[in-house]
Design a protein around this ligand. Structure first.
Ligand SMILES: [Zn+2]
Length: 482
């Protein structure tokens, strides 16, 4: 399956030495033991040519050399609206990138542009449109039903980055896009979607001045949950001029750099304000060096934001939002238990409970992890839902929850545990039934197996299957306690 080709006008394959020469002129520092390797099918990966010790710099890029709405040529022709939201930033930066590509070799970013992927990344945002992702996209979308992928897509919609939003934005700017020596016609929607897919998958929020930026060289690193490095950038710069040090735009009231030492600020200013990637652990010669696009990110989000599955069992396997599990009956009691924290701090002392329950990252997260555990928030919700009447005091309530947790850890049986386990069972089973059934999808499954040209269906089906397997495992565990 191939997707819309990039508007980059060149017959030559990606030329790394060209990027390297340009990077040198831009004062981009790249560790001499760091080598990009290109594969026609898999794209770029960064490999260590010798051992690299923890703490050593892998690459460092001047902020003046990143591609953002501040450095793009389009900003001379078409301005960003005065108070843009995050979605508009993304949409405008995609227009900037498209214009830069249309400038061809006369763009100062050309040496970097020519190593970008040469096809649109078929993100789930595009799947509903057959003209972009074919029948494969539609089938894939059906497989996302009830999964974390569907939840992430809904989040994008609510942020104003649904496909209709992207198309509507392009409508408003297409006639305003400047003609260039290489392109004397208005850009096509397909070309804009290519640029949008690049910004979506390669953009980083770096600071208050550039906001989202694509960073030459840094964008060649692939993601892993067990990464060697991640991007470091001082984000607290002046939003007007980008200075980290105090500047004429500071009113004196802000504590923008109060948390940084004066020596650090002076050094950063002297080095020209950079984004850095350091080895956060030792790297062996021959190893691919991975970055981390986002901490603790699950496959649903990886698929929607970056267009691939990690299958590293990071992040939540399946999750619920507060609105899915809390209501007016149990909401106040839930909040009281969370803010008091007694139940949460007692969890560490319960031997064996870590096979069943994990501590949540924050009070608003209700999830099941890949190793088959339920987050404590979800357990508390189930306990509250199973109660026939609310105890008079918070103390009694907490004591009751801890009693049941003790039973879980000791695999004991009691009516209170049975009732809580039954609620958990129902909650998880409901989730399972909202997902596409393997049996119903049998034909699709066979089709995607026999037709190798359905990569999107294959990814979405894999995500659904992974989530289904975790749910089934957790359900059978809690069912044994009923
Ligand atoms: Zn300033």
């Amino acid at each position: 399956m191939s997707y819309h080709p990039s508007p980059i006008k060149t017959d030559r394959p990606p030329d790394y030495p060209l990027l390297q020469r340009w990077s040198g002129q831009q004062d981009v520092i790249v560790n001499e033991h760091v080598s990009p390797v290109f594969d026609k099918h898999a794209g770029w990966r960064i490999v260590a040519s010798s051992d690299i010790q923890r703490g050593h710099i892998l690459c460092s890029v001047l902020k003046a050399s990143v591609f953002s709405h501040r450095t793009a040529a389009l900003s001379n022709h078409l301005a960003l609206s005065p108070e843009p939201d995050a979605a508009e930033h993304t949409l405008y930066l995609a227009a900037c990138l498209l214009h830069e590509i249309r400038l061809g070799q006369s763009s100062e970013f050309w040496p970097w542009l020519q190593v970008l992927p040469r096809e649109t990344i078929p993100l789930p945002t595009f799947w509903a449109d057959e003209s972009i992702c074919g029948q494969d996209g539609r089938e894939a979308l059906a497989w996302l039903t009830g999964t974390e992928g569907e939840k992430e897509l809904k989040r994008k919609d609510s942020e104003g980055l649904a496909l209709d939003d992207v198309k509507a934005y392009f409508e408003t700017i297409s006639s305003l896009m400047p003609r260039t020596d290489t392109f004397d016609t208005a850009p096509s929607l397909a070309d804009y979607l290519y640029a949008f897919s690049m910004v979506s998958t390669r953009g980083y929020v770096i600071d208050a001045y550039h906001l989202i930026a694509l960073i030459p060289f840094v964008d060649l690193f692939n993601h892993s949950a067990s990464n060697h490095t991640s991007l470091a950038s001082d984000s607290c710069v002046c939003p007007t001029c980008g200075s980290l040090a105090a500047c004429e735009h500071d009113t004196g009231d802000e504590d923008r750099i109060a948390h940084l030492s004066p020596a650090y600020v002076a050094q950063s200013q002297a080095e020209g304000n950079r984004v850095d990637m350091r080895a956060e652990r030792d790297v062996k010669a021959g190893e691919e060096i991975f970055s981390c696009y986002e901490e603790d990110v699950g496959d649903g989000k990886l698929l929607v934001e970056w267009g691939f599955l990690g299958r590293e069992h990071a992040g939540s396997a399946v999750s619920w939002g507060p609105r899915d599990v809390l209501d007016a009956d149990i909401g106040p009691a839930y909040m009281a238990i969370v803010s008091n924290g007694e139940v949460y701090s007692a969890l560490d002392d319960l031997k064996g409970i870590d096979q069943w329950v994990h501590l949540p990252m924050d009070p608003g997260r209700f999830d099941v992890r890949h190793r088959g555990t339920l987050c404590l928030n979800l357990f508390v919700v189930a306990y509250l839902r199973a109660l026939k009447s609310m105890p008079d005091s918070l103390e009694d309530l907490e004591r009751g929850i801890l009693d049941v947790l003790r039973l879980v850890a000791g695999k004991g049986k009691a009516t209170s545990l049975s009732a809580t386990s039954r609620v958990i069972d129902t909650l998880l089973a409901e989730k399972l039934s909202s997902m596409r059934d393997e049996g119903i999808g049998g034909e699709v499954q066979d089709a995607s197996r026999s037709i190798p040209d359905r990569p999107l269906t294959k990814m979405a089906r894999t995500l659904a299957q992974d989530e289904r397997h975790v749910l089934e495992r957790v359900i059978s565990k809690w069912r044994s306690l009923i």
